[in-house]
Design a protein around this ligand. Structure first.
Ligand SMILES: CC(C)(COP(=O)(O)OP(=O)(O)OC[C@H]1O[C@@H](n2cnc3c(N)ncnc32)[C@H](O)[C@@H]1OP(=O)(O)O)[C@@H](O)C(=O)NCCC(=O)NCCS
Length: 179
């Protein structure tokens, strides 16, 4: 298994991975939604505002993770939002997801990213160092339907400092259905 930065020539393959994986776990509609989100993120986001990493086995993409810029009105903190991540259904439960998240977080850290945020299952993401946060600490860019899933971790210290002001995400994620 190999972990690496994605190559733009693989965008269709990555879209298919997200569509298939989320269709398997949450139904076809969710699969289509998340496949389209991944495609939109990879094709409509400024390169400075995006990181995407892949796990490959025998040249085939079996996992992918996308991070996009989370900006703040009143702060220059360098923050990125992890969403989405998928490991092909046939390869799940073997530690690939965990390794992919850690690979991504290490790469972000080396690029000077200070804060990683995500929105998902606290039980899963706590295994990769994320802990629940609230909106007094870090404002979400859109209304959260599941505030318990708002999670973060500092990549530069053991504690997240409160960030003043509203946040904004990239255009591809600026839709209420993702939140
Ligand atoms: C979630 C996902 C990326 C995890 O990848 P994976 O390779 O299966 O995960 P790992 O094998 O690294 O599992 C790491 C740990 O998380 C746990 N875990 C895996 N999926 C989980 C889930 N959906 N909820 C809670 N815990 C989960 C595993 O039991 C494992 O725990 P352990 O180390 O104590 O045994 C993968 O299962 C997936 O693509 N699922 C469908 C899409 C999805 O839900 N994506 C995340 C939301 S954006």
């Amino acid at each position: 298994m190999k972990f690496s930065t994605y190559n733009p020539s693989s965008i269709e393959e990555i879209k298919l991975l997200f569509t298939k994986t989320f269709s398997d776990s949450e139904g076809e509609a969710e699969g289509t939604l998340i496949g389209n989100l991944a495609y939109d993120l990879l094709t409509n986001t400024d390169g400075h505002d995006l990181y995407c990493f892949i796990a490959t086995e025998n040249e085939k993409i079996i996992g992918s993770i996308i991070f996009s810029k989370l900006g703040f009105e009143k702060s220059e903190v360098n923050a990125f939002l992890l969403a989405p991540v998928a490991v092909h259904t046939s390869c799940q439960g073997k530690g690939v997801g965990q390794k992919l998240i850690n690979f991504g977080l290490d790469a972000l850290k080396q690029s000077g990213v200070e804060l990683a945020i995500t929105y998902g299952d606290p039980n899963f993401y706590s295994k990769a160092g994320f802990a629940p946060i609230n909106e007094e600490l870090v404002k979400a860019p859109l209304k959260l339907t599941y505030p318990e899933g708002w999670l973060g971790q500092s990549l530069v210290s053991d504690k997240i400092e409160a960030i003043a002001g509203n946040s904004y995400c990239v255009q591809a994620l600026s839709k209420p259905e993702y939140w």
